[in-house]
Design a protein around this ligand. Sequence first.
Ligand code: C5P
Length: 232
Amino acid sequence: MIDARDRLIIALDKPSVEEAQQVIDRVGADGAFYKIGYQLMPIGGLDLSQRLTASGKKVFLDFKFHDIGATVERGVRSVCKLGADFLTVHAEPDVLAGAVEGRADDPRLKILAVTVLTSLTQDSLTRSGITTKLEDLVLKRAEFAAEAGADGVVASAKEAAAIKSRFGDALRIVTPGVRPAGADANDQKRVVTPAAAIQAGADYLVVGRPIVDVSEPAEAARRIAAEISSAC
Ligand code: C5P
């Protein structure tokens, strides 16, 4: 059973490492798991990742690797040196096989497959030449992840139940687009509450602005963890 605090991944979507560090300091013991993405990666995010893991926090590197398998493999081998916990790659068989091979010697690093970005709709898939139904594509890509030996998927709460019922505990489900009752949805299209996401089958929740952009981030993180706990 994972502790509720460890299921809450706080997205450090901040324009500088200094501002991200302020959030981390203010959240304190109420934050156990942080996500670093493109915004911080080129400006000190990798050093921040190492400082976080050295201080006992967990880190999700949301880098969504997508290249030929051999290049992904070498990239993931380098990522292993950072001591992070989660890394995203796109859910294509060659990419996944390269990633799983690349982290072979690092049991700590879990490979997560990005199934279909939540910003995409059936129309955008059609425009890209993909005729498969969006929900079927999510399951197909989750299957690629399971077959390749990846550890989990990033999926919306809407898709979590179908993934959980098909793959059970073989794939961890990491779910963004989560908003506590009363919080601003920002640009997220389909938001669900922390409890609803957990009940739908999510194992981990990714929450950014409702924690990192509010005046009391520790209190916000505590409330969400309590809601996760009550839904487990
Ligand atoms: O601020 P908010 O809670 O909306 O942040 C959600 C985080 O999850 C952001 O870092 C966003 O990039 C990420 N994410 C997402 N939807 C996806 C994949 C990642 O919102 N499908």
